[in-house]
Design a protein around this ligand. Structure first.
Ligand code: ATP
Ligand code: MG
Length: 824
């Protein structure tokens, strides 16, 4: 909003105040400015003329002094004239412009005086300079220079101006106060008037009145306004009374009119509805006739066509218009199915026209335009008007398709009935609708017994096979189900069947039920079971044969091995036996020989004693001494004992070896379980194969405390021998074989460790296979470990291997201390 707009919209009181104040302020301000300006100009003129009169006075008084060059007098003149004025500097210049005399007010700084033209004045910021020539008798004698300080004067003027403005402001404030008081006298009646007007216009309240003060223009206006309001009020009241009456009349009239209107509208609606219903019915009828699949013809009382619907025209092969007006019987009902004429008297259509009875017929034929016929099913209904028969409606259907479908259905149901498979049809609730004869045969039910029953009737509660509920669920989810299952017959017998379930859909593709076909698998299963049984038997026989074969091979291997051992054993036993006798007598002879030699030496000692005491000994024993010397009898004496001792030892060792040989090869005609010391077996085995070991390795024994164990000693010896020989053979140049034994609970263990080349991991699983060997032909047969394995197994023990390439191998044999006696 700009300034003019806001002024325009301001309340009238404020406007008045503003106008008064603005004019007052302007007047006061102008007057003050004029006063101050006037004062200023007056003061200037006065000051200059005052200064000029001072200068003239000085000039007049100082001229004689200057003529006579009386400086002091001139100075005195200056002092006297200037002494009590505002002049701060007064100078007298001579004709040459040199200073003749000077007066300076105390405190006034000594400075250059501004050069001012002679006989003129100059205002500077804070001073006024006046110059005047010194004249005497029309001749210029010099110049007077006066300088006045204006600061005091300026201060006076400022004070004066301030006073003026303060006075103006005071006047302004008083004016403001008076205005605001006085304006009310004008403004208030106007405000009252406008308030009342606003009330009248907004509330339409004409009873209010404006208070009237005085008789000025506003008072007159208020009085006139009040008169006008009074008139309006009176007229308003009259109007109100009148309109009240009028309203009642109008209301009554309106109510009557409204009622009439309503009746009319209702009638109109009813009529419209009736018309609509008629139109709709007509339309629907036309539609029905138009779209009906059935042929519909209406005939008048004479049997002539009145209306033919499109289906009828199509079936007859005519245009509808062609038929209208023509006689129906002669057009399409003139002959029977066999071609013989159809007398009008027999025609059901005519009969209905005559007696008004509704008739139905099936098996007749109607005739087409070209002379061909079609089988129909029809109904004739009379048309009656006011109790009289005015015509007939014939509604008919071509049943060719139905006949064909029926024939088809017959064929199908025949096929189903004849099927070898049991067929059952259910609805969606799984209630049986149909069963074929094969079903009845298979399950023993008659059709009457099962139709209407739930298919769950056939359930077998075995928890293995899917029940009918489940199979139909699957068929529903996947479209079909096929699989073997068990169903129950009437007699409770479980029947294994191959079941196929499919869903059945109606003409709208909606699921209408399920069809199940079942093939009896009992026979088939029997045959299959038998075949399977036969197969199992064959497999068994095969396995047995294979086992036998394996056993045979094993036996063969063992036989070979034990034959080998037996022959070694026999040989060893034979040798041992042969050696045993000579060793026996060598042993006893050696004993006797020892005694004899002792005796000999005793005799020899006795002789030597005699020899010592014999006279002439040297002559007598010269030959003997020579002989003694020759054989070194002294050495013999010593050595013979040692020899005997050594021989004794040798014989003893041989005896031991022979014993070991015997032990090792103990030929058992029959395997004999005996409690035996394992260490003993290991030691005798070591003895037998010592030759093979001694150059290759040192043997370390770390035997634990072992009880005797139940075993076949010679067979266990074979195991030890195999392990020890393998260990020795794995050592290339020289190494160590460590034999450890120990006991753990009811078992003992024997460990043979070597520092040989080790076994590659891929060979470990083959170690115990017969004929597995890595040794060159002739050196190993690959039977050693296989035979050992069997022997240990026979002892209900086990063999463990641990091997590291380049470091060595350890075999550990576990054996139970006691063998559980198997019934022989
Ligand atoms: N201590 C061992 N160190 C390294 N390899 C071994 C050891 N013991 C067995 N083997 C490996 O196992 C193979 C089979 O041993 P096994 O005793 O059955 O037959 P063999 O010693 O080859 O022949 P045989 O013992 O019939 O004379 C050996 O060829 C050898 O490769
Ligand atoms: Mg071996």
């Amino acid at each position: 909003m700009n300034l003019t707009e806001s002024f325009r919209d301001a309340p009238i009181g404020r406007k008045l105040i503003l106008i008064g104040l603005l004019t007052t302020a302007l007047a006061l301000f102008s007057v003050s400015i004029i006063l101050v300006a006037r004062g200023w100009v007056d003061w200037r003129g006065k000051t200059v003329s005052e200064m000029e009169s001072y200068a003239a006075l000085i000039g007049a008084n100082a001229a004689p002094s200057m003529i006579f060059a009386d400086y002091d007098a001139a100075a005195e003149v200056l002092q006297t004239v200037v002494g009590n004025s505002d002049i701060v500097d007064a100078v007298l210049y001579d004709r040459e412009g040199k200073v003749f005399a000077r007066y300076r007010a105390p405190m006034h700084p000594e400075g250059n005086m501004p050069l001012v033209e002679s006989d003129s004045y100059l205002f500077t910021f804070d001073q006024l300079v006046v110059t005047k020539p010194v004249m005497l008798k029309g001749e210029v004698w010099g110049t007077v220079y006066l300088e006045s300080d204006l600061r005091g004067l300026y201060a006076d003027i400022r004070r004066q101006a301030l006073l003026t403005f303060i006075t103006a402001a005071g006047v302004f404030l008083v004016t403001l106060f008076l205005f605001s008081r006085l304006q009310r006298a004008i403004v208030e009646p106007v405000v009252n008037l406008s308030g009342v007007m606003r009330q009248v216009s907004s509330k339409r309240d004409y009873a209010v009145r404006v208070p009237v003060h005085g008789k000025d223009e506003v008072g007159v206006l208020a009085g006139a306004f009040n008169d006008m309001l009074a008139q309006i009020q009176a007229r308003d009241e009259a109007l109100a009374r009148h309109s009240e009456h009028l309203e009642q009349e109008v209301a009554q009239r309106t109510a009557e009119l409204r009622e009439n209107n309503r009746l009319l509208e209702h009638e109109l609606v009813e009529r419209k509805r009736a018309e609509e219903t008629m139109a709709r019915l007509r339309y629907e009828l036309a539609m029905v006739l138009e779209s009906a699949g059935e042929g519909i013809c209406t005939m008048d009382a004479n049997g002539n066509h009145v209306m033919v619907n499109p289906s009828a025209a199509r079936m007859f092969g005519y245009e509808a218009e062609e038929m209208v007006g023509r006689d129906s019987h002669s057009l399409w009902h003139y002959a029977k199915a066999d071609g013989s004429p159809y007398p009008e008297e027999e025609c059901p259509v005519y009969a209905t026209t005559r007696d008004g009875v509704v008739r139905r017929s099936e098996g007749e034929v109607f005739w087409r335009k070209g002379g061909t016929s079609f089988p129909v099913e029809y109904v004739c209904t009379p048309i009656q008007s006011n109790g009289a028969i005015t015509g007939t409606v014939v509604i008919f259907r071509d049943i060719t398709e139905r006949r064909r479908a029926e024939a088809e259905r017959r064929r199908l149901s025949e096929a189903v009935a004849q099927s070898m498979e049991a067929i059952v049809l259910t609805n969606t609730e799984r209630s049986i609708i149909y069963v074929n004869p094969s079903f009845m045969r298979l399950f023993g039910y008659s059709a009457q017994e099962v139709v209407g029953q739930s298919i769950d009737l056939l359930t077998v509660e075995d928890g293995i096979y899917l029940n009918p509920h489940q199979t139909t669920e699957i068929a529903l989810a996947q479209g079909a189900y096929s699989g073997e299952t068990m169903r129950r017959g009437k007699d409770g017998r479980a029947i294994l069947v191959l079941l196929n379930v499919a869903i059945v859909r109606d003409e709208h593709n909606e699921i209408s039920g399920y069809v199940g076909t079942m093939t009896d698998l009992t026979e088939l299963k029997h045959a299959e079971m038998e075949a399977r049984q036969r197969m199992v038997e064959l497999t068994h026989a095969n396995a047995e044969l294979r086992e036998l074969n394996a056993k045979l091979a094993q036996a063969q291997i063992q036989l070979m091995q034990s034959e080998k051992m037996a022959s070694i054993g026999m040989l060893a036993a034979g040798v041992a036996h042969e050696i045993n006798n000579p060793i026996g007598y060598i042993h006893s002879n050696l004993g006797a020989l020892g005694n004899y030699i002792g005796n000999f030496i005793g005799v020899l000692d006795a002789y030597e004693k005699v020899e010592q005491s014999a006279p002439d000994r040297s002559a007598l024993f010269a030959g003997v001494d020579e002989l003694k010397e020759k054989v070194d009898i002294a050495y013999i004496r010593q050595d013979v004992k040692a020899l005997l001792h050594e021989s004794h030892e040798g014989v003893e060792r041989v005896t031991k070896i022979v014993q070991d040989l015997k032990d090792f090869s103990r030929i058992e005609t029959e395997e004999q379980w005996t409690p035996e010391n394992v260490h003993h077996g290991i030691d005798s085995t070591l003895n037998v194969i010592w030759n093979e070991l001694k150059y290759k390795c040192e043997v370390i024994k770390e035997y634990g405390e072992l009880p005797d164990i139940d075993c076949l000693p010679s067979q266990l010896n074979q195991v030890f021998m195999n392990l020890l020989v393998n260990a020795a053979q794995s050592i290339e140049t020289r190494g160590r074989i460590t034999i450890r034994t120990g006991r753990e609970g009811e078992r003992v263990w024997v460990e043979v460790g070597d520092t040989g080349q080790g076994i590659p991991p891929e060979n470990i699983s083959h170690l115990f296979d017969p004929f597995f060997t890595t040794k060159p032909v002739g050196k190993g047969t690959g039977l050693g470990l296989s035979v050992s394995y069997n022997i240990v197994e026979k002892h209900h023990g086990k063999i463990e291997v641990h091997s590291e390439i380049g470091k060595g191998t350890t075999f550990r044999v576990w054996l139970p201390i006691r063998q559980i006696k198997e019934s022989a």
